[in-house]
Design a protein around this ligand. Structure first.
Ligand code: FES
Length: 578
């Protein structure tokens, strides 16, 4: 498709409505471009390419984005386009509270409307830090113009006294050692110095690496783009090549709906499972597909998970980091190893099919990208569980759990919300044993709000001192893609809207059987009904503003947490220009 002859001649470009007419409004647009020093030779007959840049000094993962935007511009100019850099909201996983997830839909709305209200023919989406990828892609899908994704790239490996550090994963790990009294102030400071030492997103297989890999598997990036470290010179070259490519995509009028088919999403789910991807990917994939009018039920993830081995030996499931993954051949090499599970005929932005893009890819280190007959796990990274505790499903990442806990029954120890957990978790009098099941309520989309990454509930300090490093934990929250442990997440419906999780009480027995895909609260239906009658929903948290919009419009985790009014629907009219 994207190598087709030009079918979007200059006079039919969308931007011509702003720039091409002989009227007062177009006069205003052209005269204001002249104000910036641009004349007709800069834009006349050329596709206008918006470079949507999520640079921000609060987003430490995107500190190289101004430079990369310049690389993209270079490519756009080389191909005969007119580049315009446009800032859009940056979702900093590190600094945004209550959670960057709370603002994913706001970014998506901004992207859609920024495209719609401006003379834009095509977009380059620059993201990387967790929620920026789905937010940008969701908005671009809804706007319906040709788009290409430029992934920000992972940062360099961390280092602590000669030991490799992975972002997130090793922060949790060494924090547990610090709480157990095994790390002094000086060592803790050295870890702080060395765990994030270059531009780029988290270099574990966290949500950022997962979502950029998914963007590539969907066909929205140039081949191999998502694995390139942020500071590698190949990253600059990929950015300028993306700039060249988007101009062509506009000329052939190749919108992303041609790429984002149901089969492309199935490829993305397969990729997610094979890389040991973040559990967050499930929510984002459902939301992105929803924008394209495609429904992804949780059963689809479980079906793909059953047949897909985990081949990326990357933390938190495995041993290595993204820099190693790139050197081992990167995503194309991994996809080559599972090519029999992929729809190879799906088109991608470079005009070739996914199958053509990965046909010659090679693995250079099979300790990092594993052979299919020696996988990290025979089944995929994320399992879907159901039971009376989660009628609409919940998820677990078994590769990150202690195997002995994958079948476990234990008494619940319930925290009614995160402040309650913070207040009590390290109390030496907490009635907890290694067999307890820690339960967190009100951590979901409405309850928290924004479904923060609280799902890796901390191990109580008194158990840490006894050497306990994993326990069964259950919540309606998410967990960071860099986290690990036997954490049952995304329980749906959430407790704040009256899901059964709201009715769990201390001492109730909870049965977890991951192989059977089951989670069960050993309480009779009659008793649950009685508790439901006594239950009172939490008071509304927001009386106005974005929080009010979020809580009234968000869907549940199994539906992707997109706003109801943003799902695919009838086309939104183009703006009038009067
Ligand atoms: Fe940005 Fe992890 S904090 S990707």
């Amino acid at each position: 498709m994207a190598n087709a002859p030009e079918r979007n001649p200059p006079e039919q470009l969308r931007s011509q409505r702003w720039l091409g007419a002989d009227d007062l409004r177009s006069f205003g647009h052209r005269s204001r471009l002249k104000q910036m020093g641009f004349g007709p030779e800069d834009y006349e007959g050329k596709p206008v390419i918006a470079i949507l840049n999520t640079w921000s000094e609060f987003n430490t993962c995107h500190t190289h984005f101004r430079e990369r935007a310049a690389d993209v511009k270079r490519g756009v100019l080389q191909a005969g386009g007119f580049p315009v850099e446009v800032p859009v909201m940056s979702l900093s996983e590190t600094f945004m509270k209550p959670s960057a997830m709370f603002y994913r839909n706001l970014l998506a709305m901004e992207v859609e409307e920024v495209i719609r209200c401006h003379p834009v023919d095509g977009v380059v989406l620059m993201g990387g830090c967790d929620k920026t990828t789905p937010g940008l892609i969701m908005g671009a899908i809804s706007a319906g113009v040709p788009a290409i994704y430029v992934p920000g790239g992972p940062m360099l490996k961390g280092n602590f006294c000669g030991t490799t550090l992975g972002s997130g994963t090793d922060a949790w790990k060494y924090w547990a050692e610090r709480c157990a009294g095994n790390l002094d102030d000086c060592q803790w400071r050295q870890i702080e110095d060395g765990i994030a030492r270059s531009p780029g997103h988290c270099m574990t297989m966290g949500t950022a690496s997962t979502m950029t890999a998914i963007a590539e598997a969907l066909g929205l990036t140039l081949p191999g783009a998502s694995s390139i470290p942020a500071v590698h010179a190949a990253h600059n070259r990929m950015a300028s090549a993306s700039g060249r490519r988007i101009v062509h995509l506009v000329r052939v009028n190749a919108g992303c709906c041609e790429i984002l088919t149901e089969r492309a999403f199935e490829n993305a789910i397969t990729c997610d499972m094979a890389i040991g991807g973040s559990t967050n990917a499930i929510i984002h994939l459902i939301a992105m597909a929803g924008r394209a009018g495609i429904r992804l039920p949780l059963e689809k993830f479980d079906e793909v998970s059953h047949r897909t081995p985990v081949l990326a030996n990357l933390r938190p499931s495995g041993q290595y980091l993204m820099e190693d993954f790139y050197d081992a051949g990167g995503l194309p090499a991994l996809l080559h190893n599972i090519r029999h599970l992929l729809h190879l005929d799906c088109p991608t932005v470079n005009g070739r099919t996914l199958g053509e893009n990965i046909a010659d890819a090679k693995v250079y280190n099979d300790n990092v990208i594993l052979n299919p007959d020696k996988p990290l796990s025979q089944a995929g990274a994320t399992f879907i569980l159901r039971g009376n505790l989660a009628p609409d499903g919940c998820v677990i990442k078994p590769t990150c759990a202690e195997p002995r806990l994958l079948k476990h029954t234990g008494p619940a120890l319930v925290f009614k919300d995160y402040p309650d957990l913070k207040a009590r978790i390290d109390d030496d009098k907490l009635p907890v044993t290694p067999d307890s099941v820690l339960v967190l309520q009100n951590g979901g989309p409405e309850g928290a709000p924004g479904m923060p990454e609280w799902g890796m509930l901390p191990i109580p300090r008194k158990l840490l001192r006894q050497g306990v490093r994993d326990m069964v934990r259950v919540s309606d929250a998410r967990m960071s893609g860099t986290s690990y442990g036997t954490c049952v997440l995304h329980v749906s419906p959430e407790s704040a809207v009256g899901g059964p999780l709201a009715f769990v009480r201390d001492g109730d027995l909870i049965e977890l059987d991951v192989q059977a895909r089951r989670i069960h609260l050993r309480v009779t239906d009659e008793e649950l009904a009685r508790r439901r009658e006594q239950w009172k929903p939490p008071a509304a948290r927001f009386g106005r503003g974005y929080g009010k919009l979020f809580c009234s419009e968000t869907t549940q985790a199994h539906e992707g947490c997109d706003f109801k009014f943003l799902h695919a629907g009838p086309p939104t009219p183009e703006p009038d220009i009067f």
